[in-house]
Design a protein around this ligand. Structure first.
Ligand code: FES
Length: 108
C-alpha cells in the first residue's frame, strides 16, 4: 500500500499574503504562494534554465523569474509567452491550521 501523497508543510499563519515562500517537503523544492485568500504551490525551479523562482516578483497570479524575467501563471504553471512550457503545480489543502501539498513523488 502506498503512502498518502498529501504532505503537511507550514502552518498557514506563517504564509504572508503575496510573498512566495520556499519549502522543501520530502526534498522537493516548492514555493507556497498565498494570494487573494487562496494558496498555490509551484515548483521552485524555472522552466528556462532552472533558477529558483523565490525572490521573483508576484503581480496578481503572475510570478516573474528573477533571472531572465520569464513569467508564469501560478494557477496553471504556464509560461505566459509559450503555454506549452510550464513549471509544476501542486494541489493544496488546509487542515488544522497547516498547509498540505499533494506530492505524488512522495507516494512512491
Ligand atoms: S532561468 Fe528563469 S528566466 Fe531564465
Amino acid at each position: 500500500m502506498s503512502e498518502s501523497p498529501w504532505v503537511a508543510t507550514l502552518e498557514e499563519v506563517k504564509l504572508q499574503e503575496g510573498l512566495p515562500t520556499p519549502i522543501n517537503p520530502k526534498g522537493v523544492g516548492l514555493l507556497l504562494i498565498k494570494t487573494d485568500g487562496a494558496i498555490y504551490a509551484v515548483r521552485n525551479r524555472c522552466a528556462h534554465m532552472g533558477c529558483p523562482l523565490e525572490g521573483g516578483k508576484l503581480e496578481g497570479f503572475v510570478l516573474t523569474c528573477p533571472c531572465h524575467d520569464w513569467r508564469f501563471d501560478i494557477r496553471s504553471g504556464a509560461f505566459l509567452d509559450a503555454k506549452e512550457l510550464s513549471i509544476g503545480t501542486y494541489r493544496v489543502k488546509r487542515k488544522e491550521g497547516k498547509v498540505l501539498v499533494e506530492l505524488p513523488e512522495a507516494a512512491s
